[in-house]
Ligand binder design. Structure first.
Ligand SMILES: [Fe+2]
Ligand SMILES: [Fe+2]
Length: 391
């Protein structure tokens, strides 16, 4: 068998890595490609905020799963500590006696090859497969010729038109809610769910996820709520990204039946009370908050804004008020008094909150529904607060 060895930190594994792996399999006509995430690479530490080893391994398994002949191998991670290629090769030689091993590398590594630990030993055991990125083709060919002639090295080339991505740059993009297109969708979802690299989910990704979970008739309401929340956040100096994320995700479990709500509570460890158990309409804000927390990497502030969007609560944060009000009066809402609510929302958000809570109580009274004590607490709190201001 002809076996390729492709090592890297894969921190995270991105489109450039996946393409390089596929190119190597084809160009070298490999029977197997061993993708080997390294523990700590020789001569360097992993940058701060890196994903832990077992997460890099899982991401590699997801990312390279789509490459024919590729197989992720945990040999270096299992050994831990600093990894020298010569040790890995020795272990692989035992595992694959009689097979041909080829180490895959970039041109820069190839030029530094003679400096590798126990290079002479390595030379007798493996071939070197070098990515030829056309820009330094001539230099590479010359150097390969020299290596073959002087040292008897086995060298082959992998013609490659590389995807220009650096992992450092990608991690920076992820922090800024960008970079999704440089990762496979599954790896991206994994990064978000596991809160790796301080990644913030892209809003278009969140929107697509939410729409998938919503009843079609609720989609305009949710998109309206997002837009309204963004405008209110701009008006009141609140974080716009958080407002948008909370608006997008606030109703993601709304279409679930009472029974499904209870299953979600079980799954996400949602704490409920007797009133909520009687009325799944109340429960959806809590299950949505916990589901969004678990799946979509939201911040604690966004989680709380979603959690209290139906009832409100005493001592609400600005973001919580924004989501409560936006949900109430987004552009698709139409009821008596909505214009006044809209006007107040931009003039004095506490007054809007008081009006919203009062209208909601009146509405429940008319329909003979007992309001949740948390809503009463919210109203009492906001009334007291406005009284102190003489309003
Ligand atoms: Fe809701
Ligand atoms: Fe809603």
């Amino acid at each position: 068998m002809k076996i390729g060895i492709y090592g890297g930190t894969f921190n995270p594994p991105h489109a450039g890595h996946v393409k390089a792996a596929g190119d190597a399999v084809k160009a070298l006509n490999l029977d197997k490609l061993l993708v080997i995430p390294t523990a700590t690479p020789p001569h360097k530490e992993l940058p701060e905020g890196s994903a832990p080893a077992e997460k890099r391994l899982e991401m590699a398994q997801i990312a390279f799963g789509e490459v024919d002949k590729a197989e992720v191998c945990d040999i270096e991670l299992a050994r831990g500590g600093r990894s020298y290629t010569v040790d890995t090769v020795a272990a692989l030689k035992e595992q694959y006696p009689g097979d041909e091993l080829w180490i895959i590398m970039g041109g820069d590594m190839f030029f530094g090859l003679t400096g590798w630990y126990k290079f002479e030993t390595l030379l007798t055991q493996v071939g070197f497969a070098v990515a030829d990125r056309a820009d330094e083709s001539e230099k590479l060919q010359e150097y390969a010729e020299h290596m073959r002639r002087e040292l008897g090295a086995k060298v082959e080339f992998i013609p490659e038109r590389p995807v220009e991505i650096s992992s450092t740059e990608l991690r920076r993009l992820l922090e800024n809610a960008e970079g999704m297109e440089l990762l496979s969708p599954e790896v991206y979802a994994y990064i978000i769910k596991n809160r790796l690299y301080g990644a913030k989910a892209q809003l278009d990704w969140l929107r697509a996820k939410a729409i998938n979970l919503l009843a079609p008739k609720r989609v305009p309401h949710v998109l309206g709520c997002e837009q309204e929340a963004v405008r209110l956040a701009q008006r009141w100096g609140e974080d716009v990204y958080s407002a948008a994320a909370a608006g997008i995700l606030h109703d993601i479990t709304k279409k679930c039946s009472a029974n499904e709500q209870l299953i979600l509570c079980e799954k996400y460890g949602t704490v409920t009370d007797a009133l909520e158990l009687e009325s799944p309409k109340l429960l959806h804000s809590k299950t949505a908050a916990d589901m969004a927390w678990d799946e979509f990497g939201i911040s604690p502030e966004v989680r709380e804004a979603i959690r209290w969007h139906t009832t409100g609560r005493a001592d609400m944060t600005m973001l919580e008020k924004i989501i409560y009000i936006a949900d109430y009066m987004e552009p698709n809402r139409d009821f008596e008094g909505v214009d006044e609510l809209r006007r107040l929302a931009y003039e004095d958000i506490d007054m809007a909150l008081r009006l919203g809570l009062r209208m909601s109580m009146e509405d429940m009274e008319a329909r003979r529904i007992v309001p949740h004590p948390r809503s009463l607490g919210a109203l009492e709190y906001i009334e007291r607060r406005l009284e102190e201001r003489g309003l």
